[in-house]
Design a protein around this ligand. Structure first.
Ligand SMILES: Nc1ncnc2c1ncn2[C@@H]1O[C@H](COP(=O)(O)OP(=O)(O)OP(=O)(O)O)[C@@H](O)[C@H]1O
Ligand SMILES: [Mg+2]
Length: 252
């Protein structure tokens, strides 16, 4: 199977802190790949380098066979890589549907502003509403379409954030701790949704997560990071059994 994403020997320093010290990892098409590791091991920095927020000091990021190293975030986004954040960034006073539409309007940018013909604009608007509604159906959130987001639970907000990311027709979704602070039942539901989305929309996911108890049963491949390096990789059960991993988690 071909790699959709590949990093090669990626290095990133912040002053004297070496956040990434030569990370080579890949995400195969239509898989859930997970990055685990203790606090400060470089997981979020890796996501930030892939999504273009930080330029790596060294190394290469390849997406779908193209070198995207150091490209700005909006270009990377346009190429089909979206991300969600550790804390959902939603417009809490807007409805669920509106939150998805806002994302779409931002994506449309100029095209939307320059729409000269009103009918064309309305048609587009209709299409977007339909698309947003279909995404909400996939996430079982369609019955909540008209609710303001502040009324929803933390777990539902995480799902809406995923839904919003899907409005741009991505191929790769980067997620930073999608189930942080979510109760176990909902955490399993979120991962169930992620697996379904992967299958139905042929998506690939790169997921940073601390909660191994929930996440490991859903993922295809795991990278374990420690101090900016990958210390183990493989199928979830292989990685968990790796002594380097338990050492990193339990402290040396
Ligand atoms: N913008 C920044 N400026 C300075 N140091 C940073 C910056 N971002 C990350 N770091 C440092 O780089 C190291 C890796 O941080 P990172 O956030 O990638 O870790 P993490 O694995 O995501 O941790 P956590 O599990 O706590 O989210 C840490 O020592 C952190 O303090
Ligand atoms: Mg982090």
């Amino acid at each position: 199977m071909r790699d959709l994403l590949k990093t090669e020997n990626v290095k990133k320093k912040f002053g004297g802190v070496i956040a990434l010290n030569g990370v080579s990892a890949s995400v195969k098409k239509r898989t859930l790949t997970m990055i685990i590791g203790p606090n400060g091991s470089g997981k979020t920095t890796l996501i930030n380098v892939i999504s273009g927020i930080y330029k790596p000091d060294e190394g290469k990021v390849e997406y779908n066979g193209l070198d995207i190293t150091g490209k700005p975030p909006h270009e990377i986004y346009k190429m089909g890589i979206v991300r969600t954040f550790q804390i959902p960034l939603l417009f809490t006073n807007l409805t669920v549907l509106e939150n998805l539409l806002v994302a779409a309007r931002i994506n449309e940018g100029e095209r939307f502003l320059n729409a000269i013909f009103k009918t064309k604009w309305l048609k587009r608007e209709e299409e977007l509403v339909e698309k947003a509604y279909r995404i909400l159906e996939l996430l079982n959130l369609d019955h909540l379409w008209n609710q303001p987001v502040f009324k929803l639970s933390g777990g539902q907000m995480k799902l809406i954030e995923i839904g919003r990311a899907l409005m741009s027709n991505p191929r790769l979704v980067l997620m930073d701790e999608p189930i942080a602070g979510v109760n176990p039942k909902l955490a399993h539901e979120i991962f169930d949704h992620i697996v379904q989305l992967k299958n139905k929309l042929s998506l690939s996911f790169l997921i940073v997560e601390h909660r191994l108890d929930v996440a490991l049963r859903y993922v295809n491949y795991v990278y374990a990071m420690h101090r900016g390096k990958i210390v183990a990789e493989g199928k979830p059960e292989e990685v968990l059994e790796n002594p380097e991993v338990s050492k990193a988690y339990l402290g040396e």
